[in-house]
Design a protein around this ligand. Structure first.
Ligand code: FES
Ligand SMILES: [Fe+2]
Length: 374
């Protein structure tokens, strides 16, 4: 287990990227988090040709999709449509209607549990099969089977709608992780933040294994010596911290983990009970959508630890901002010249490669197939 570190410095120490962020007020910072990068370089110019990983990925928050609502989405370099049927279940399909190609996210509507295309009102179920054509007695036989390019298994957990993406359309070997804190009476409603990062999923996830960057990008006094375990589709780590508060220094623990490639979480205990549920979703090979949703124990958030509760959230978001300055312009180094102190970056990359599949998997693994363990 690691030695205790002082994370107070992450809020106070000047760091090298600070000049990129210091003049942004709250509104400007929120815009900067999601705006395109000025003078950004293409994936090709930055050597980013990593495969699209498979996994459970956040499509939206549950409260952004009411019963009967239809929304267009763009993830996995694909136009998608999500809707919530009258049975309350969310469903996700490739957006283009197999009939004559209308984008069903724009003008489509919900009919029972099915999606009605805006162009000629054909109705599609969640598997992408035609269920009804209002002006025709018969349905072309090949449209009765799943005919949309792809249907995505969908689940709701922790206040998010998750869809399973796999390049070869394989079914999920594990379920999304569920947290009892989310929606519990003793815990606060989510406080939500988002970023569009112009970098690949793998690079963002690698951050937790990159020990040395904590000092230089985040201003942490000592490199946290994370005790990382890799177990099947799950990666977990724990670090003890000392946090400066107006009441003095408090000992605490930060535990974090990632289920699959798209479901990271972080839990703070001992200081002010906080759970961060993240949704990390690939938009394209070099563009990633990050959502951070924080819930905190109400008695901590509303009591004497309230200041610390806010500081924890502010600090985490600030760290993400600092990393984004680098990620947005970073080149991918396939075989980095690592030295002692860099952390288990190669272990991490070997772990993450299990989420690549198909021809892309062959490219990265020399044809030796390994399955994600349950
Ligand atoms: S294009 Fe969708 S019903 Fe015709
Ligand atoms: Fe970081």
């Amino acid at each position: 287990m690691s030695e205790a570190i002082d994370i107070q410095d992450t809020r106070t120490a000047p760091v090298l990227v600070w000049d990129q962020l210091k003049d942004l007020d709250k509104q400007a910072l929120e815009r900067w988090r999601v705006d395109p990068v000025a003078n950004g370089r293409s994936a090709e110019e930055r050597g980013i040709d990593l495969p699209m990983p498979f996994g459970w990925f956040a499509m939206c928050y549950s409260d952004e999709l009411t019963v009967g609502e239809v929304k267009p989405l763009y993830y996995f370099e694909k136009e998608l449509v999500v809707w919530r049927g009258e049975d309350g279940q969310p469903r996700v399909l490739d957006a283009y209607c197999p009939h004559l190609g209308a984008h069903m996210g724009y003008g489509g509507k919900v009919d029972g549990n099915n999606l009605e295309c805006p162009f000629h009102s054909w109705r599609w179920d969640g598997e992408g099969a035609a269920m009804e054509i209002p002006y025709s007695k018969s349905i072309p036989p090949n449209m009765k089977k799943p005919a949309c390019e792809r249907a995505y298994p969908c689940q709701e957990a922790n206040g998010f709608v998750w869809a399973w993406y796999h390049p070869d359309n394989e079914q999920p070997p594990y379920e999304p992780v569920v947290f009892a804190e989310v929606g519990h009476d003793d815990w606060t409603e989510y406080e939500k933040y988002e970023w569009i990062v112009y970098g690949p999923m793998q690079t963002i996830a690698e951050n937790g294994a990159d020990s040395a960057h904590f000092t230089y990008i985040h201003g942490v006094a000592d490199n946290p010596n994370y005790d990382i375990t890799f177990d099947g589709h799950r990666r977990e780590a724990k670090v003890h911290v000392k946090m400066g508060t107006p009441q003095g220094t408090v000992d605490g623990t930060i535990a974090y983990g990632v289920d699959g490639s798209g479901q990271p979480w972080t839990r703070f205990t001992g200081m002010c009970e906080t759970l961060l549920v993240s949704g990390v979703t690939p938009i394209a090979k070099d563009v990633t959508h990050l959502r951070f949703a924080f819930t905190q124990l109400k008695e901590d958030r509303d009591g004497p630890k309230g200041g610390l509760a806010k500081a924890i959230i502010k600090n985490i978001c600030k760290q993400l901002d600092q990393d984004k300055v680098v990620w947005d312009r970073q080149k991918y180094i396939e075989s980095p010249p690592l030295c002692a102190g860099d952390g288990p970056i190669n272990d991490f990359r070997n772990f993450f490669r299990q989420f690549y599949a198909g021809p892309e998997w062959e490219k990265y693994h020399g044809g030796i197939k390994r399955n994600v363990r349950r």
